[in-house]
Design a protein around this ligand. Structure first.
Ligand SMILES: Cc1cc2nc3c(=O)[nH]c(=O)nc-3n(C[C@H](O)[C@H](O)[C@H](O)COP(=O)(O)O)c2cc1C
Length: 366
């Protein structure tokens, strides 16, 4: 069993700070990427019982997300609008270097009572790097750079006279002052072997694309075995696109409509770009390596986690994902404000109930 039963599964939502919502579809979406919409959403989410919000970093997009607000600045705005929610800002090595990121995030941590975290994104979108004049590294080199980035961040945040000799970054007796009041948590995205190797050495959290409990379980086993050998501990966040309705038929009809109204050009453009991600890894495995057209309609395979049904069905599947090793469920929605509120009212309390009965059920199963 991957968990102490008392650990409650945590909830995060994707901040819609890019246009077009979280699905590449022309279905009506009442989600907006405006500041006003997002501030209200963050307030609704913290009231609804969400622990984290994850914002996205994107400099350009060829698949529908035509406008993109910058992640760190946007995250700070959401932190200023809330009191308990933690906001995860995405950082992309290349445009950012660790000196700037460490200082920027330390200041936001100071301003917000330690509520900022980061998602270190290794990069998958070659066209984006080309557009902004950044060097494009091979798959595993991107992770080697990210690992140095994370080691540098931790060193700067926790040590004085920090000295580091990497292939990508160097520091010489550097002392950041003031240090952040809390060492910010470091999340990372990616599902390839290289992503897991890195997470098992340096990250606090491993974020992976949506998948079934069985497939998530395989990743978790590999990750935790490697982490144990490294005397490191890492938690797991799983992506899902939630469609929760009073009946299963209604929820399934919404999914069918999202897919029927998918924008094929934009989905195919996205599918074309993601060949630079996990598929390009030496093992040919990782995010999007096995994604179908329907899967790609949601950026991070969120339909595969199957949180599509009634509140009870969805709560049961969340507990199944937890049993497979998920510590956190990251959620996207069609109409964020309304659905986050509904999720908080109808799904989270059921998850808490099911988590409470879990020990007896799992003992019986063993
Ligand atoms: C939950 C999650 C969030 C991500 N957020 C971003 C993002 O904001 N910007 C971005 O360019 N890539 C993002 N990524 C992409 C990853 O950082 C990574 O480049 C990609 O998943 C390919 O990794 P892989 O080859 O190891 O599977 C995200 C991935 C996941 C799973």
């Amino acid at each position: 069993m991957a968990h102490a039963e008392t650990d409650k599964v945590k909830f995060a939502y994707w901040v819609p700070n890019v246009s077009g919502g979280l699905v590449i579809s022309n279905i009506e979406q009442r989600t907006s990427h405006s500041a006003e919409y997002n501030r209200k959403l963050a307030q609704v989410a913290e009231k609804a019982g969400f622990d984290y919000a994850l914002s996205q970093i994107r400099f350009t997009a060829g698949y529908g997300a035509d406008e993109q607000h910058e992640s760190v600045a946007f995250s700070h705005d959401l932190l200023a609008a809330t009191t308990t929610l933690k906001v995860i800002a995405a950082i992309l090595p290349g445009p950012w270097n660790p000196a700037l990121a460490a200082k920027q995030i330390a200041t936001i941590s100071y301003l917000t009572n330690g509520r900022v975290a980061i998602n270190l994104v290794s990069g998958w979108f070659r066209g984006e790097f080309h557009a902004i004049g950044e060097h494009w590294l091979d798959h595993d080199e991107r992770y080697r750079r990210s690992e140095e980035f994370i080691r540098a961040l931790r060193g700067i945040w926790t040590e004085d006279s920090f000295t580091f000799r990497g292939d990508f970054y160097r520091f010489n007796e550097y002392s950041l002052k003031p240090k952040p009041p809390l060492v910010p948590e470091i999340f990372q995205g990616g599902s390839s072997r290289a992503a897991r190797d890195m997470a098992s050495r340096v990250s606090d959290w491993y974020f992976t694309n949506g998948n079934t409990p069985t497939e998530i379980g395989k990743q978790v086993d590999d990750l935790r075995t490697k982490a144990k050998a490294n005397h490191h501990s890492v938690k797991v966040g799983v992506n899902a696109f939630a469609i929760v309705r009073e009946t299963e038929d209604e929820a399934k009809a919404v999914l069918a409509e999202i897919i029927a109204k998918a924008n094929p050009e934009a989905v195919n453009a996205f599918g074309h770009e993601v060949k630079n991600a996990g598929k390009a890894s030496p093992e040919g495995e990782g995010n999007w390596a096995k994604s179908s057209f329907d899967d790609l309609v949601q950026y991070n395979d969120g339909f595969r986690s199957n949180l599509i049904g009634t509140p009870r069905q969805v709560a049961e599947r969340i507990v199944d994902l937890k049993r497979a090793g998920a510590d956190l469920i990251l959620l996207g929605f069609l109409h964020f404000q309304e659905e986050v509120e509904y999720f908080g009212k109808h799904v989270i309390p059921l998850v808490r109930e099911l988590e409470n009965v879990e020990p007896a059920a799992s003992l019986a199963a063993e």
